[in-house]
Design a protein around this ligand. Structure first.
Ligand code: ZN
Length: 393
């Protein structure tokens, strides 16, 4: 049945509770020795040997080279997913194209492609064609051996029904058109969700959210959005209408927001605001300003330094609200701010702490995502892994 050489995690394979717990523990923590695995999965040491041997025999796991960094003696060889285990395909949308990737359970992109498409103006038919062309370029055969296909859409999505409720950046994706088209082309589960929420799952399975029970993944740049992982599960709310952090009010007398409300966080902490302020201050290159240019200019220009500090503080306003409400262990930032490097990260963290109550202040950790330009695709793949492992555990 498997013609691609891929290894499928069938229901039989993950049906056993201890076995499922072991697989989930690998996803949560990365490569592990047998001893660490037994401890973290809370499975008796005597049982671990049998489970691990079964997973090795089935070709799901393999022993990899030990990380010798900072350790004396001969370390145990950790176990990790085989390179061809747990395959999924992910689809994400760019300004001028559709990208797709074949991703394994390690979070490695085994194949990747981008199909040019004017996503902001493309009608549904053109969008469907681009998505199917991108998938055809990375999915081997008819998709035999894959766990499923995830689609991350910048918009409001009802993941339970696979419906895009509405999308400003990709209006042609509205409805169930994408899920229907991909389901018709591949006999696989198809998961559709909002891109900020998918990014949170990318962090959970493959990034710095690994093993962190409660964290927020926040998109920055042209818009502000959040994906929340609470106690190990992505929070979607009743109908998927969550994560609109950018439209929480931070200034009751603030300026109108394109959404129709007033004083939204997005009116003071997006690139639109940054570029407008840079132009007002007469900074060079203001119309295309972004975090990288601002940080570079701030070392020699006091007006740029002042703007950098205001940008960090404005970002901190919304992040601090999130911390006060949910106290996530970590704030993982995506998008434009990542290019601002340690200077901007440190500033944002400092300002978030300054805006939080004393008893939560010291625990605030702001990190920049290391998934970088793969965040959308890994998030889309994470949608499938979450479905698989949540059902299995
Ligand atoms: Zn708004």
């Amino acid at each position: 049945m498997v013609t691609t050489g891929a290894v499928l995690l069938t229901n039989r394979q993950i049906g056993d509770v201890n076995r499922s717990r072991v697989l989930r523990t690998f996803c949560d923590h990365g490569p592990l020795s047998r001893a660490d695995l037994a401890r973290l999965a809370n499975v008796p040491r005597a049982t671990i040997g049998t489970i691990v041997q079964g997973l090795l025999d089935d070709g799901l796991l393999e022993e990899i080279e030990a990380d010798r960094t900072g350790r004396a003696g001969k370390p145990a060889r950790p176990l990790w997913f085989r390179r061809d285990a747990g395959l999924t395909a992910g689809v994400a949308f760019l300004d001028g194209g559709v990208e797709a990737a074949l991703v394994n359970a390690r979070g490695e992109l085994l194949a990747r492609t981008e199909v040019a498409c004017p996503t902001a103006t493309a009608p549904p038919k053109a969008l469907r064609k681009a998505v199917l062309a991108a998938l055809a370029a990375v999915v081997p055969g008819n998709g035999e051996g894959l766990l499923g296909i995830g689609i991350a859409v910048p918009g409001v999505c009802d993941a339970a029904t696979g419906t895009v409720v509405g999308s400003g950046p990709v209006p042609g994706a509205t409805g169930r058109m994408l899920a229907d088209a991909v389901e018709a082309a591949y006999d696989l589960p198809v998961l559709v969700d909002n891109d900020a929420r998918a990014q949170a799952l990318g962090e959970k399975w493959f990034g710095e959210g690994r093993g962190v029970p409660t964290f927020a993944s926040v998109q920055t740049g042209t818009g502000l959005g959040a994906g929340l992982v609470l106690n190990g599960l992505l929070y979607r709310g009743d109908d998927g209408m969550t994560g609109e952090l950018g439209h929480t009010c931070v200034d009751v007398d603030g300026e109108p927001c394109p959404c129709g409300l007033r004083g939204c966080w997005e009116t003071i902490a997006t690139l639109r605001w940054l570029r407008r302020e840079a132009a007002r201050l007469g900074l060079p290159g203001a119309e295309s300003f972004a975090a990288r240019a601002l940080v570079a200019l701030s070392t020699e220009d006091s007006a740029a330094l002042d703007l950098l500090e205001r940008y960090a503080d404005n970002l901190a306003v919304g992040l601090a609200n999130l911390v006060q409400l949910l106290k996530p262990s970590r704030l993982l930032l995506h998008g434009d701010v990542v290019d601002g490097g340690e200077v901007l990260r440190g500033l944002i963290e400092e300002r978030v702490r300054a805006r939080c109550l004393g008893h939560v202040r010291d625990d605030v950790v702001v990190s920049f995502s290391s998934l970088d330009q793969d965040a959308g695709l890994l998030g889309a793949a994470g949608l499938v892994l979450s479905e698989t492992f949540t059902l299995a555990v």
